[in-house]
Ligand binder design. Structure first.
Ligand SMILES: Nc1ncnc2c1ncn2[C@@H]1O[C@H](COP(=O)(O)OP(=O)(O)OP(=O)(O)O)[C@@H](O)[C@H]1O
Length: 508
């Protein structure tokens, strides 16, 4: 039974299986917990209510314009409820893309969103019938604009952690659609249809073209292909070609857009299509070449390799060779772990180039964070209990590698962030041997940055020195979080920047 045939009450509830299942489940908890914002009953708003809430659909309330109409911000219930109202311009026009040939994109969207709800979607709150019997859509308000805006017009483009997080959230939302019964195929996955909520989560919106049903269903077989140029699956030429893999193709394009920061079709590039531009580069292993130049490649090269390969698989012309969205989700979870946790970067080795500021002497400094020894880990574990920062990571310590010794203990890392500046004075650090007291060194001042925190290394002690560099031991970093770690390796290098960057990461 469809939504419209089942709903005529003023404050109607959809007939959706998923939705009602959710409702039933949540109703039990309702008394105990506050109202869950994803179990909102679908409301039938009064037109005048929305006119007032949007200040008569004024320019002030205008959020944006799409191919089907305009979107306005509406403030209801004395500011307690803020929603987005979609007002279609195809008044009384059946959509050529509709499932029933008698519904507009707004009706189609209501039909679908009343059946599927998820935290990953821009969910339906209600609808309204205006004076000319056109339906207006009332959906959750997304205060942070679209992913398109973030990627293409933001002065501060999102970093890799956020990009990977967005990609995973979008893939999960598509997975929710594809795994609902019957499946929902969105058909219009693109960055302007991904909206960013108040918690900076990516949500899939705009279900004007979506189709709900099994591919063998008559209504799907009779609906002409639709989508957005640049994202549209090239194999989707006739109604019968549609499958969930069409969404996977569009997601692949979106992933290339997320990686590169360039539009799906961009005449400033040659070739203009992001697929034709990126896939050959990916095939040649030039992963850095497709990275958004504003942020450069991620510190861990595996992250960009995995993202690029995944995107290339999604946009394969052969439908069968594209992964299912569930596989994409699993893959992105792995990438997210990598991008999230610098502790599991290639044995926690990183490097930076640092140019000493004194005019007479330029020193390039490469540093590597060495893992904590087991002894140190045990000490810190007992101090901070099972905190995430001290979670075990099984790997061989670089410190042990440097010293040529191997212990059988599990080692842990400590993420200290990246050194943004190292001043070593006009000469390399002076190393003096003190009889019986190891080695003393005139210390460079190092400023560290991780997230938004900064710190200066304190109590450094040179514990090892050879022709490759210096290993220092430090007490702690005096930033706001008082993080501590054990060892840091600094390698001084007078080769050119380019040469140094081309060197393999592990060069001890
Ligand atoms: N729920 C929402 N909350 C806040 N802003 C929104 C919301 N929905 C849409 N918008 C804004 O309105 C704009 C137009 O949205 P709409 O979905 O109508 O079109 P589109 O996705 O940009 O284009 P098309 O209709 O071609 O798919 C969006 O780009 C976005 O900036």
């Amino acid at each position: 039974m469809g939504y419209f045939s089942s709903c005529n009450a003023e404050s109607a509830i959809a007939t959706c299986d998923t939705y009602n299942w959710d409702l039933k489940k949540k109703k039990k908890k309702k008394k105990k917990t506050t109202r869950n914002k994803h179990t909102i009953e679908i409301r039938n708003f009064l037109y005048n209510e929305l006119v007032t809430a949007t200040k008569s659909f004024s320019a002030d309330s205008f959020l944006g314009k799409g191919s089907h109409g305009s979107v306005y911000k509406a403030v209801l219930e004395d500011g307690k409820l803020i929603v987005a109202v979609k007002r279609t311009t195809f008044f009384n026009q059946p959509s050529p893309y509709s499932t029933t040939n008698c519904t507009s994109p707004a009706e189609n969207e209501i039909e679908i969103l009343s059946r599927v709800q998820s935290p990953g979607l821009v969910n339906l709150i209600g609808f309204c019938v205006d004076t000319k019997q056109n339906k207006l859509l009332v959906v959750e308000y997304m205060p942070n604009g679209s992913l398109y805006d973030l990627l293409h017009s933001a002065s501060r483009p999102p970093g890799w952690t956020r990009r990977v997080r967005f990609a995973l959230q979008i893939a999960k939302a598509i997975q929710t659609l594809h795994s609902s019964n019957p499946p929902v195929i969105h058909r219009d996955i693109k960055s302007s249809n991904i909206l960013i909520d108040d918690n900076f989560n990516a949500r899939v919106g705009d279900f004007g073209l979506a189709l709900r049903g099994h591919v063998e269903d008559v209504k799907i077989k009779c609906t002409p292909p639709a989508g957005t140029l640049g994202y549209l699956d090239p194999g989707y030429l006739a109604p019968g070609d549609l499958s969930t893999k069409s969404d996977v193709f569009s997601f692949g394009i979106l992933l290339l857009e997320i990686i590169s920061g360039r539009n799906a079709i961009d005449l400033n590039y040659s070739p203009p299509s992001v697929v034709d531009w990126a896939v050959p580069l990916i095939k040649h292993g030039d992963f850095t070449g497709i990275c958004d130049g504003r942020i450069g490649p991620p510190p861990d090269p595996t992250v960009i390799r995995q993202l690029a390969v995944l995107a290339a698989r999604c946009v394969r012309s052969s439908v069968e060779k594209r992964p299912e969205i569930s596989e994409v989700v699993e893959y992105l979870k792995v990438v997210r772990k990598r991008v999230h946790s610098p502790r599991i970067w290639s044995n926690f080795q990183r490097r930076v180039r640092c140019v000493e500021r004194t005019p007479q002497h330029v020193v390039q400094v490469k540093y590597e964070v060495l893992e904590k020894s087991e002894e140190v880990v045990n000490k810190s574990s007992s101090r901070v209990g099972g905190s995430r920062r001290n979670r075990k990571v099984s790997s061989v310590s670089s410190a042990e590698f440097v010293s040529g010794k191997k212990s059988d203990g599990v080692t842990r890392s400590k993420s200290i962030g990246s050194i943004c500046e190292i001043r070593v004075g006009s000469e390399n650090p002076t190393v003096k041997r003190r009889p019986g007291a190891g080695v003393a060194v005139k210390m460079p001042v190092m400023r560290l940055s991780k997230s938004r925190s900064m710190g200066v290394l304190q109590n450094p002690r040179l514990v090892r020195c050879n022709n490759k560099g210096y290993v220092f031991e430090f007490g702690k970093i005096s930033d706001s979080r008082e993080r501590d770690f054990s060892k840091l390796m600094i390698t001084l290098d007078d080769k050119s920047d380019k040469e140094m960057l081309e060197k393999p990461l592990v060069s001890l």
